[in-house]
Design a protein around this ligand. Structure first.
Ligand code: NAX
Ligand code: ADP
Length: 490
């Protein structure tokens, strides 16, 4: 981002101090959407770099917007200060804003504030917090006030491995500039910020896009570009035949959910390979789906007749299922591998080694660690997934609130849709069904994963806008509506 700042300042007719002002305006606009009670007392902690400079500009703007009690605390732990911080400090000195200088954490007493704005250190953080900074942050956290962080919570690294013992600011919300920080998408960030919102400060977009990165945020515009309309004169054969090998006596629901999602996401034909005990349920609930009773099979006859094959949801782990998975892998057919099929892979590294290229693996964190070994952090997991996706030319979807889609060319596509109302059993089975339907319709493994994760989360977001929890069945049923809305615009 610093390079982008410099580029913007050099190539746009804008001085760095004006860019800071823009950032402060964008912050305040976002802040005022939820904090509109101007009687609240606001304490703004400012370091002496540009993050602190933003804090000072924000103080100015809040006073201008009618906030009556704004006090800035200048964190004076370093002799160095940025030029723009100095300019904004002078403006504060010439204004009616109250100012306190803190030379040592022990000087911070009697903070009377309803809200805190953290502008101590931002993206310039270059080492973990220690000494006076760590002490001050501890005191601020103990105040237990609602904290809004400017760009990044003080002490939080925007990129790279996050330490398990975070000692930075614990923010309620971070309002960050132009792009989210990659680490906001990892569960470990929850301790640093409950929410984050990105505000546009009109940095050079073309330049940002030209910077090389391995991380890409999937966007709605990608969906509009990728999702194809149903063609005139098309028929069930046009949209492919998907086979789902799933379900067991006690987990037949997983097979039904996958099959339902496959149907609703548009496969031309769907066959569920399930134990015979599930046939009545399947025929009753999903009469459109064909059945292949699994009891007598340890291999699939003619796998080439299916355009997509998924294996795993509610499958159960036994030697027959292991043989079935092995035979499909040996047949070198790209597969969607989920749940118990992933657990079998965890026991059979020899099969992992010969995974068919073009397959999609959909592990949640525990399945991932069973296959690839225990990891200390999500950052480390993503690094492992990048290596394996490239090595085996497969797609690995590391599932979570923000799923990381690691694709064969080494890139990581971060999925922004989805929400905690979706945290309920069966949700992954639905994703597997969607992925199978997309592969059956001819989308590549990468596009299927990208589209599948996005519409799965989008359906969940639509449903969660009016309720506390959403069920996997409802997500499946919502999929065709989301696909219609996205494809109608292309
Ligand atoms: N495009 C952008 O991202 C923009 C960024 N701006 C602001 O500029 C900030 C970055 O400013 P700076 O680069 O001045 O950096 P910071 O203000 O984050 O940090 C300044 C100083 O802190 C020191 N420091 C780093 N880690 C430390 C530690 N653990 N203990 C003690 N000192 C430490 C650094 O050596 C540096 O001198 C952003 O976070 C944002 O708030 C905005 O003003 C304008 C646009
Ligand atoms: N908090 C959340 N926010 C967004 N998506 C979620 C959340 N919790 C779960 N999901 C999604 O639900 C799915 C859960 O998958 P998984 O754990 O395999 O479920 P199951 O095995 O019960 O079917 C994943 O796609 C995941 O991204």
């Amino acid at each position: 981002m610093r390079n982008v700042d410099e580029f913007t300042i050099t190539h746009q007719p804008i001085a760095s101090i004006d860019l800071m002002e823009k950032a402060a305006r964008a912050f305040v606009k976002c802040f005022l959407k939820t904090e509109f009670n101007a009687h609240k007392r606001v304490a703004i902690f400012c370091g002496k770099g540009n993050n602190g400079g933003d804090g000072l500009a924000i103080a100015h703007l809040l006073l201008h917007n009618g906030y009556e009690h704004v006090k800035v605390y200048i964190v004076n732990f370093s002799a160095r200060q940025s030029d723009d911080f100095a300019i904004n400090l002078q403006r504060i000195d010439e204004s009616r804003c109250k100012k306190v200088i803190i030379n040592h954490p022990s000087e911070l007493k009697n903070v009377k504030a309803d809200l805190i704005i953290d502008a101590i250190l931002g993206s310039g953080l270059n080492k973990p917090l220690a000494g006076d900074y760590a002490e001050l942050v501890k005191i601020i956290n103990k105040l237990q006030k609602r904290v809004y962080a400017v760009d990044v919570p003080t002490g939080f690294f925007s990129e790279g491995e996050l330490s398990a013992d975070y000692n930075g600011i614990k923010a309620y919300k971070t309002i960050c500039f132009q792009r989210p920080k990659i680490n906001f998408f990892f569960p470990e960030s929850a301790v640093a910020t409950e929410h984050h919102e990105v505000v546009d400060i009109q940095l050079e977009e073309a330049f940002i896009e030209s910077l090389s990165t391995d991380f890409y945020l999937t966007e709605r515009t990608d969906m509009v570009r990728l999702i194809k309309n149903r063609k005139p004169f098309s028929h069930k054969g046009t949209y492919g035949h998907a086979l789902l090998i799933a379900g067991n006596i006690d987990t037949m629901g997983a097979a039904l959910l996958s099959a339902k999602a496959c149907l609703y996401a548009g496969a031309g034909l769907t066959t569920a390979c399930i134990p015979a005990t599930g046939l009545t349920a399947l025929n009753t609930l999903l009469p459109e789906v064909m059945a292949l009773p699994r009891d007598e099979y340890t291999r699939i006859e003619n796998p080439a007749k299916y355009k997509a094959i998924a294996i795993g949801p509610g499958l159960g782990i036994n030697s027959d299922n292991e043989k079935l998975l092995e035979s499909l892998i040996l047949a070198a057919r790209p597969l969607v591998i989920d749940a118990d099929a992933l657990n079998i892979l965890g026991e059979r590294p020899d099969l992992l080694d010969i995974l068919p290229a073009g397959s999609i693996l959909t592990p949640h964190v525990k399945e991932f660690d069973r296959i690839f070994g225990a990891h200390e952090s999500w950052w480390a997991r993503v690094q492992t997934a990048i290596i394996w996706a490239r090595k085996k030319q497969v797609v690995i979807i590391l599932k979570n609130q923000f799923s990381f889609v690691c694709v064969p060319n080494g890139k990581v596509l971060i999925n922004p849709t989805g929400n905690p109302a979706m945290a309920q059993g069966g949700m992954g089975d639905v994703l597997t069904g969607i992925l199978s339907a997309l592969l059956a319709q001819g989308y590549s493994a990468t596009d299927s994963a990208k589209i599948g994760c996005y519409i799965h989360g989008l359906a969940g977001d639509y449903l969660a806008s009016e309720r506390h929890v959403v069920t996997a069945s409802e997500v499946a049923e919502r999929i065709p509506f989301e696909m219609h809305l996205l494809s109608a615009t292309n």
